[in-house]
Ligand binder design. Structure first.
Ligand code: UDX
Length: 433
């Protein structure tokens, strides 16, 4: 099929490349000329495993082009809107400026029978509003809402082999077009839910709200564990064996961040309030609070371990991205901890395998090194806040020889406390005795 993807950020660049990988003829559109130039040269503007490979195959085959001119989308039968919906500055709701702008820009270029497909995460009610606008300005086209559940670090696999497809549609025709787009996944037996616009929009935010709640639940348990001497990791293992609960997303630590979970739960709360049902998701404010408190707990543990003051103490912060296998530092708990420790007077040296460039752009006041060894050298305290494989694999004996004082805060509960203590470390996790 001929497909356009409007918005070439994390979501759009991966989606465009994956659609071309599936054999479609794709044009990716973005207003950012630099991004388009990089993508056209098969250089992803961000780190995502597997993306460089499918991007170069697709651009070389001629099935994937990029442009800053929306008129180049005019040929497409299906137009995916994949622009960002960030948190409104100074507020909690989603900023729909980019969705509205992309949609309006597309209107004059829609061919007969074209399908506009929303992928962006939007407040419930957005699709109905856009459908009404479409009926008035371009009645030859129709609208579907088709949320995306990709995880950074697994984005290519999640797009090529999604665990479910959700279509919010107003007609069988729209669903049939999406079936053609996703033929490979459908033939592979991927479950599909065909529903209305509102449900499709809500599926996305409620899935993220559920995941955020699961993480904050276990983090709340880690606070109780700290106060009572229990072990939250063993607790998570034990409750996770109950298939109704499940062990995934029960890792206590410095909490969730990134470009989705934090802003999505806030936007969800704001939208529910607009709808007059704010009380139904008021608990998400608590989920947010628990999550932010985890960052403070890591900082408190760090200061306590340093004997009450971080001033002029050398602190090695391992990780700045919001999770491993990503260079994304948006709302990153790891970077937040580094910045706050610096604010307390510590000599912070932060390191990360992929995230330094993005972190430096936001927080140039921090010292960075790409070398873990250099970060550890002479440290009075090590704070592990992103569980990159290489940090999980650190050898406690060899690491002890690098630092000035063998003290570590394991902000992701990924190290073996017994092994680290046996190597002479003062070890502290979150909710671990
Ligand atoms: C999330 C959703 O998982 C995805 O379906 C949606 O499309 C976009 O938002 P992503 O932001 O890539 O994906 O990250 P995810 O893997 O969900 O992790 C989010 C945050 O939660 C990370 O900061 C991670 O470190 C944290 N987390 C995750 C925990 O603190 N504990 C856990 O047990 C799991």
């Amino acid at each position: 099929m001929r497909i356009s993807v409007i918005g070439c950020g994390y979501l759009g660049a991966v989606h465009a490349s994956a659609m071309a990988e599936l054999g479609h003829d794709v044009v990716g559109i973005d207003v950012d000329a630099r991004k388009i130039e990089q993508l056209a040269a098969a250089r992803p503007p961000f780190f995502e495993p597997g993306l460089p490979e499918i991007l170069s195959t697709a651009t070389e085959s001629g099935r994937l082009r990029f442009s800053t001119d929306i008129a180049d989308a005019a040929d497409a039968e299906v137009h995916f809107i994949a622009v960002g919906t960030p948190q409104t500055p100074g507020g909690h709701s989603a900023d729909l400026t980019y969705v509205n702008a992309a949609f309006e820009a597309l209107l004059p270029h829609l061919a007969d029978g074209a399908l506009v497909v929303g992928k962006s995460t939007v407040p419930v009610g957005t699709a109905a509003r856009l459908a009404a606008r479409l009926a008035e300005a371009a009645p030859q086209a129709s609208l579907a809402w088709n949320p995306e559940f990709l995880r950074e670090g697994f984005a290519v696999k999640d797009t090529l082999e999604p665990d479910r497809l959700v279509y919010g549609v107003a007609s069988d025709d729209a669903a049939a077009i999406l079936d053609q787009v996703y033929r490979a996944a459908i033939e592979a037996g991927t479950p599909k839910v065909v529903t209305d616009y509102a449900t499709a929009e809500l599926v996305k935010v409620s899935a993220n709200a559920f995941l955020a709640t699961k993480i904050s639940f276990i983090n709340a348990m880690s606070e109780i564990a700290d106060a009572s001497g229990a072990d939250v990791t063993a607790l998570a293992d034990a409750i996770g064996h109950d298939a109704r609960i499940g062990r995934r997303f029960l890792n206590a630590g410095v909490g969730f961040g990134g470009g989705c979970l934090p802003k999505d739960i806030r936007a969800f709360t704001a939208r529910a309030e607009e709808l007059g049902v704010g009380e139904s998701v008021a608990f998400l404010k608590e989920v947010d609070q628990i999550n932010l408190r985890q960052r403070q707990r890591v900082i408190d543990h760090a200061v306590q371990t340093l004997g009450g003051s971080a001033y002029r103490q050398r602190v090695a912060v391992l990780g700045v991205t919001f999770k491993p296998d990503s260079d994304d530092v948006r709302d990153s708990p790891a970077l937040d901890v580094a910045v706050q420790l610096k604010g307390l007077g510590a000599d912070v040296i932060a390191t990360d395998p992929e995230g330094i460039e993005n972190a430096r752009a936001r927080h140039p006041q921090l010292d960075y090194t790409s070398s873990t060894d250099e970060a550890l050298h002479g440290a009075d305290l090590v704070v592990l806040v992103t569980e990159w494989r290489e940090y999980r694999a650190l050898d406690p004996v060899a690491t002890a020889a690098r630092v000035a004082n063998p003290r570590i805060i394991d902000g992701r509960n990924v190290l073996d406390p017994a092994a680290w203590r046996a190597a002479g470390w003062e070890y502290r996790g979150l909710g671990r005795p």
